[in-house]
Ligand binder design. Structure first.
Ligand code: FES
Length: 77
């Protein structure tokens, strides 16, 4: 879907730029031209930026759990 009609930028291009390291609207503007003309695409581009960054951070979170007790061990302690 086109997000920025002035520069022909799609949501997919924005997600890809964020996945490749863009972390701000300034960087998206420099790389893709998003929000560099009329600015109507700003809110949608910002939403995509935030959603993609949240998804990337969530994918990096790991949960450290202790190993399960072996049979006959401490389960009854
Ligand atoms: S729609 Fe993106 S700058 Fe105009």
């Amino acid at each position: 879907m086109y997000v920025c009609l002035c520069n022909g930028v799609t949501d997919r291009q924005i997600r890809q730029a964020v996945e490749e390291g863009a972390s701000s609207m300034r960087e998206l503007r420099q790389q893709l031209g998003v929000c560099g003309n009329c600015g109507r695409c700003g809110p949608e581009a910002r939403d995509i930026l935030c959603e993609t960054r949240t998804r990337i951070v969530a994918a990096k979170v790991t949960i450290d759990l202790p190993p399960p007790p072996s049979l006959g061990e401490a389960a009854w302690a």
